[in-house]
Design a protein around this ligand. Structure first.
Ligand code: ZN
Length: 238
């Protein structure tokens, strides 16, 4: 079960550390306990997850909490026309496979190995404003990063994308107006957080209406089954 409960959504929303992907990933993975991570969900264990595995869990949590479809609106980069589409996260989830810890490619008779990036690697690269180069320097295992020719770096990047396909999700979009095609990045964590924020704010509005009408305590209203809460709101004509 990866469903995000109402209370978990509220906690994630009110403690949202402002769009930092690593902090959000940690909060989400710690809050939504998963059997694969030890019961304590220690931050260290969470940080060691491959980015694709984290995205896989985020997408599953989205599907189980809000259903599989994500409504999106994007602007065509060529003609600026607005596209409204629905992403089916089940299709993205189906692309998941458990990434290996490291990947090796052979170039000019020499082996080049690198670790599959984790949330900790991604977080460090972002914090140090090191970009893709910084991420590569953290993850290169052998030889040392400065000994890699550009062709080996390109080869390992393709091998990484194949080994951890959900690490970076790009949607292949095509504009119906001008036929321009482009890869649009899909940030699963941001999509989930936006939806959780909307849910949390809706929940607080319900609490506000019920507390004002009946004088009930917030904790009692939140403890109520959603169906019962809905019923009282309907009685109020809200
Ligand atoms: Zn267009």
């Amino acid at each position: 079960m990866m469903r995000v409960s109402e209370l978990a959504a509220l906690r994630l929303w009110e403690s949202d550390p402002g769009r930092s992907p690593l902090a959000r990933a940690r909060a989400f993975l710690t809050e939504v306990a998963t059997p694969e991570i030890a019961t304590s969900a220690a931050p260290a264990a969470v940080d060691r997850l491959a980015v694709g595995t984290r995205n896989f869990r985020v997408l599953r949590a989205y599907a189980e909490t809000f259903g599989p479809r994500v409504p999106c609106e994007v602007a065509c980069p060529a003609c600026d026309s607005r596209l409204e589409l629905e992403i089916d996260v089940r299709e993205l989830i189906a692309a998941y496979r458990e990434p290996p810890e490291s990947v090796t490619v052979r170039h000019d008779g020499r082996d080049y190995s690198a670790r599959v990036p984790t949330d900790a690697d991604l977080g460090a690269a972002i914090e140090q404003h090191a970009g893709a180069e910084g991420l590569f320097a953290r993850c290169a295992l052998a030889p040392a990063p400065e000994e890699w020719p550009a062709a080996a770096i390109a080869a390992i990047e393709s091998a990484m994308a194949a080994a951890d396909p959900l690490a970076q999700i790009d949607l292949a979009l095509r504009c119906p107006d001008c036929a321009h095609g482009w890869p649009a990045p899909f940030d699963a964590l941001a999509v989930l957080y936006d939806r959780l924020a909307a849910q949390a704010q809706g929940l607080l509005l319900d609490v506000h209406r019920l507390a004002r009408a009946y004088g009930w305590r917030e904790a009692d209203i939140l403890a109520m089954a959603p169906a019962r809460r809905e019923h009282y709101l309907a009685l109020l004509g809200a």
